[in-house]
Write a protein that binds this ligand. Structure first.
Ligand code: SAM
Length: 222
């Protein structure tokens, strides 16, 4: 599915979130520390926006962006090359549920709007835990379901009925943005996702909701 919508993905991200997605990613990387997090793995990196933001804020030695969709990565590679960041950011095809990296090889592992798509959430998170060094940090940005009245009702109407129509017309994929709504509904959010992180073995977990609960940043350490 992501191969198919790759050419429209960045445009639709900006349109459907009215540009706030860049602020969400910026806040996600702000959870990391310039000196402690030199080697970063960005899971489900897509078109590499979070990896690029990590380079901007942290000036890392090495950032690996991994994604299962080569079409998404191709767009990311063009952006990385245009910013002359190919020496720092490497974009590789891979499945987050079976990572081809040694145990303890990264200082931080990040993911933006990625973990919701895992076929097996706990397996993917366990792999993220495995490749982190001890005391390494995980930071995850993911959609959540707003809880505050009346924003919850207004947003739900937009998300369920308006957004899939804009997505369908623009991306020419009738299913992609319907899938977005459905996947967010079935995904564990807030304290429920924090519990999943703890079950996997992450410590010092916490979450911070953004934009009245549209998204949430989760973090923890190994
Ligand atoms: C909504 S996009 C997010 C892209 C990017 N992180 C961002 O912030 O815009 C979700 C990405 O997850 C990737 N993905 C889904 N399942 C995956 C898996 N099992 N392993 C690696 N990537 C996966 C998709 O190919 C897609 O590029």
């Amino acid at each position: 599915m992501f191969d198919g919508i790759a050419p429209y993905y960045d445009f639709l991200n900006g349109l459907l979130s009215v540009g706030i997605d860049t602020i969400w990613r910026r806040k996600t990387i702000k959870q990391l520390n310039k000196n402690d997090h030199r080697h970063v793995l960005d899971i489900a990196t897509g078109t590499a926006d979070l990896a690029i933001e990590a380079e901007k804020q942290l000036k890392c030695e090495r950032i690996v962006g991994l994604d299962i969709s080569n079409q998404m990565l191709e767009i990311g590679r063009k952006k990385v090359a245009k910013k002359s960041l190919s020496d720092v950011i490497e974009l590789v095809v891979g499945d987050s549920e079976n990572l081809n990296f040694e145990t303890g090889s990264f200082d931080a592992v990040t993911a933006a709007f990625g973990v919701r798509n895992f076929g097996n959430l706990e397996k993917g998170l366990s792999e993220m835990h495995r490749v982190l060094r001890n005391q390494g940090k995980i930071v995850i940005l993911e959609f959540s379901k707003p809880r505050i009245f009346p924003f919850k009702q207004l947003y739900n109407t937009y998300f369920k009925y308006v957004l899939p129509v804009i997505g369908k017309v623009t991306s020419k994929d009738p299913k992609a943005y319907k899938y977005l709504y459905e996947s967010v509904q079935s995904f564990p959010d807030y304290e429920n996702f924090e519990q999943v992180l703890q079950k996997i073995g992450f410590k010092n977990t916490s979450w911070t909701s953004l934009s009245l609960g549209i998204c949430t940043i989760y973090q923890g350490t190994k």
